[in-house]
Design a protein around this ligand. Sequence first.
Ligand code: GLN
Length: 542
Amino acid sequence: MTKHIFITGGVVSSLGKGLTAAALGMLLENRGLNVRMQKLDPYLNVDPGNMSPFQHGEVYVLDDGTETDLDLGHYERFTSGPLTKYSSLTCGKIYRNVLRRERRGKYLGKTVQVVPHITNEIKRAVRRVRSSSVDVVITEIGGTVGDIEGLPFLEAIRQFALDVGRQNCIFIHLTLIPYMKSSNELKTKPTQHSVSRLRQIGIQPDMLICRTEQPISSNERNKIALYCSLRQEDVIEEKDAEFSIYEVPLALHQNGLDRQIVNRFWKERKDIIEPDLSAWVDILDRVKNPQHEITIAVVGKYVKHKDAYKSIYESLDHAGIKNRAKLKVLRISSDDFDDASQEGITRSLHGVNGILVPGGFGDRGIEGIIAAVRFARENNIPFLGICLGMQCSVIEFARNAAGLSDAHSSEFAPDSPHPVITLMDEQRNITDKGGTMRLGSQPAVLNPQSWAFECYKQENITERHRHRYEFNNDYRQRLQESGLRIAGTSPDGKLVEIVEVPEHPWFVGVQFHPEFKTKPTCPHPLFDRFIAAAVRQKNVIG
Ligand code: GLN
């Protein structure tokens, strides 16, 4: 029978619920259990696809093309169970489903209400991810207990525990124990209040995970346990990581999180092993003992928001770990050199060992990005362009290496005489912006004479996409004759997926998003080779 763990958050937002949930998933998977992760978000957008990265951070994309919250990225980086459209639901999507059913007359004339109709829909969403082979579903509830928006979700999970049996559910509340410098004390009161809020709606948490700056003493643990009606061993400390987020799962294991869960759910099962965390210990060792130190510039539109390129930064970290390189990541906003003066760019990018241009939408900052690409190409600095980054590298190459000085993308210059990046024909008449992109996992075939092939070591790959515009085939021959290498296409050869500049130490642009397929234990080969090239560049330059 599938068990359920529900994770709620209390006191403040941004406690790292996603990371904690993912770390728990990893620990349970390592014990041989079949785990599924799920996120329920209380906001009303149907999905984050149309939300600004400045508001919401990165939009993460799944294989099936679902556009999700960035926490799903943590889940995929830490665990291996498949994620699908059922793994990520917003309140907006839940309401949409209910309203659609209402329009079809499925409620037989009844008044449609939050309880039971919305709550039933939420419960249905949770049930969808269970199956006879799944041991445990971990469902993270977005937001903070006490938010108006979160109430239907909390009510639904309360009911869910009654439906499947209380013994089959664990409620974990992630909370903050603030440290007061002036009195040198940890304060437990906000946690007590948050738990009492949960109790008012009928949920008694089974465990607390306490985010804290300072270690929690046994006195404090006693107090928290007593006031929150818990056993001491169910109050788990999660101290701020000192070096890296990869300390989190190791610390949670040490503090008994997975042991307590196994004891509650599977006391009788003899096949549940102790987790083997050696790969994670090795990762931490590599983080703490690097052999190289390099600087990577990320030149992008949304670098000012700390989470807008979350998966890019994580992918760089993973590749740094693999290459034993400590990375200094310079986040450079392309807006800052929109005048595209080569002098400004030279100043900002001087001395970097690699340049990465991530994805983005709209024309703000584009000339700055193109200038940064030019700087990388002309100065032999390892370059990785992703989606918009690839498109800008094609524009730059067309302008400065193929003599098409007014080349552009029709996204930014609809009347450009040389639209080297353009919309696919079938997309030209679409006006509704929801779900009109090329989204999700798509196959590609690699040119065996390419860096891409060297990375993947195979001809057929699949990668995730999220874009509308494409390389314009009318310019394929001209750009190839000028020295651009087409390193990968769609299997029918019609869509260019990867471009490279062979007259360069390492210059690769990809139309897809490799950052959505990387794990600390298995970095994406493109990031791995990009960082390796940057290490080589540093060693050559000295
Ligand atoms: N704006 C570009 C497009 O729509 C690139 C998108 C991206 O970088 N994800 O094709």
